[in-house]
Unconditional design. Structure first.
Length: 290
């Protein structure tokens, strides 16, 4: 077990654009059986776009676009950016009583109306009847898009379908990891229907969806209690506790600083091929030391 070979292994990883913090990280990376991936910004590009706006009967599309963008100006969620960008100059200004409901959506008063914008869990929690939107929620979820719902004064007013495509090489990278024998898990706050479609496209084995931001670390703990040795791969601030909880935390370069500081390994190339490279190099390095 020479420190020299560890240094060589870390150097080799760096040639592949993978920054390994220390010997422990390399060592732990040889013991894993389960890899857990955040969805948005990790499996996907993290640049969601509005692909459809469907107002309720008798409601004007442009007005709903303007109100949704007004609310989302106060949020830095990727879905918020998509809605603001989609509205462009149509966005209204002036939101009263703005609130962020983590893992659910946002709320506030716009143009004299009480607005609520987010997922169906949020609208259900606020007793908004979404029966009329259900078929369209199911339709867009089945396309792998995330339905974001707008309610005004307690009534369902519009659905925004927002799509965030997989990174070009995510499916190929996950095929390599599958071939290496790992179980692949998706961990996301998005709804189970949308998450399931994206997971299938990516080649994921198991989906843990609808997880509130504080629940990601608990999900890793659950897998560990089931006897798994886990790497968490993520990019966001809300991934940091899960990155810390896992045997190995792996951050996407270009993600949040908090994720990068917490993780033992950082992927400079923003490609999940880096995960396969890192795990293979770790194993080869430790093999050479025996
Ligand atoms: P993730 O990063 O995996 O999407 P989050 O916990 O950030 O998980 O969000 C979970 C879900 O909550 C989102 O998929 C969305 O439906 C809803 N949501 C959260 N924030 C917003 C927002 N600002 N606007 C609309 N919907 C939101
Ligand atoms: Mg993310």
């Amino acid at each position: 077990a020479t420190p020299m070979s560890i240094i060589a292994g870390i150097g080799r990883a760096a040639e592949f654009g993978v920054l390994v913090r220390d010997a422990d990280a390399l060592q732990h990376a040889t013991t894993l059986d389960t890899l857990v991936f955040d969805k948005t910004g990790t499996l996907t590009e993290g640049r969601p776009r509005v692909v459809a706006v469907e107002p309720a009967a008798g409601v004007a599309t442009d007005e709903m676009v303007a109100i949704a963008a007004a609310l989302e100006q106060g949020s830095n969620h990727p879905l918020a950016h998509a809605l603001v960008e989609h509205a462009g100059p149509r966005a209204l200004a002036g939101v009263g009583g703005f609130r962020t409901l983590r893992g659910l959506g946002v709320s506030g008063d716009v143009a004299g109306r009480q607005a609520l914008l987010g997922n169906s869990a949020l609208l259900a929690q606020q007793q908004v009847n979404i029966a009329d939107l259900e078929p369209r929620i199911a339709f867009w979820s089945a396309q792998g898009a995330t339905p974001v719902l707008l309610a005004l004064d307690g009534k369902a007013a519009a659905l925004f379908a927002i799509r965030d495509p997989l990174r070009d090489d995510s499916a190929a990278a996950l095929r390599r990891l599958h071939a290496q024998g790992y179980t692949l898990v998706m961990l996301t706050g998005d709804n189970p229907a949308t998450a399931g479609v994206v997971a299938k496209e990516a080649g994921i084995d198991r989906v843990i969806a609808g997880v509130l931001p504080d629940g990601k670390a608990a999900a890793i703990k659950m897998l560990q209690r089931q006897g798994h040795r886990v790497a968490m791969i993520g990019d966001g601030i809300n991934d940091a506790p899960a990155l810390a909880q896992a045997e190995v935390g792996i951050a996407m370069g270009g993600g949040s600083d908090v994720a990068i500081e917490t993780a033992a390994i950082t992927l400079m190339r923003q490609s999940l091929h880096g995960v396969a490279d890192a795990l293979a190099i770790a194993k080869a390095t430790l093999r050479n030391m025996k």
